[in-house]
Ligand binder design. Sequence first.
Ligand code: BGC
Length: 337
Amino acid sequence: MRAFWKGACALALAAMGVGMAHAAKPAPSAWDQDRVLGRGVNIIGYDPLWKDFRQGHFKTYHFFKIRQAGFTTVRIVLQSFEHMDKHNQLPQKWIDTLDWAVNGATHAGLNVIVDEHDYNLCSENPDACHDKLIAFWRQVGHHLRKRNSNVMFELLNEPHGPLDAAKWNATLRELIPIVRRDNPTRTLVIGPTQWNSLHQIDTLELPENDRHIIVTFHYYDPMRFTHQGASWVPAFANVSGVTCCTAEERAKIDSDFDQVSAWSKAHDRPILLGEFGAREGGDMASRVAWTSAVARSAERHEFAWTYWQFDGDFIVWDMKKDDWVRPILGALIPGKG
Ligand code: BGC
């Protein structure tokens, strides 16, 4: 009798154990995910590795360098449309490169934001973009559906121009349910129109019952300082010698972020500052002052952040020296510079 009950108990416990092992873990809340993201950096958006992997500047060991320096997240910047075939499908070679990036980051202990970055084409010609953006998320969303919750999807970087609030909200109404078929609880990152402007955050219409969304905005103010000499912003292409930051300029960063924070609390949506950076046109002392003011203010406001960007321009990593740009790294991660 005793032996029978012992055996029965063991069986019941084993069954419970098996049951527990198979029970799906509850999906983390977007607020928890935002804390998990923490401090990050944008990577490989303009790296030749997408065309020819052997020509890549970024190598697998860079993921470890990023983690060792104290970052916890990479935002993988994807300009995928130019690689699509006439049916808007991405070739296996491109998918393999994406897998290399997601694996490299996750093995190094980094969280990943998969960011579709064809924002210029999508904004200048939303109709031409529509099918490609949907096809991208059908294919890539399906492909990544079994990844852990620390792989998150950013639906489109910086909609702007004709992709205004009304058009962007209509796109989201169509796109979110498509992504949700394969990824019902994956954290999505979505930002407002006008280059993810904080002044447009109130125009964003998100599905009320979908709480697995982090809202993102980008911050480059004052543009005259961060984009001095930038050829792609005609108003500042010939500007130089602008410094930063006066007490007033610092206070402006805080008050801008206060606005975002108030919106975040009112709508119960956590925030990612997905891009910020001051390009090489400014002097280093000013760039350090601005970068650390923005990063610390974001942290005081409990926003996760991803710095623009690892290499190329606005760099925190110097590919020629294969080493950190120490003053910028120190501004981002205190004590690491
Ligand atoms: C764009 C970059 C640009 C940066 C700052 C990013 O979203 O992809 O080309 O350098 O914003 O302007």
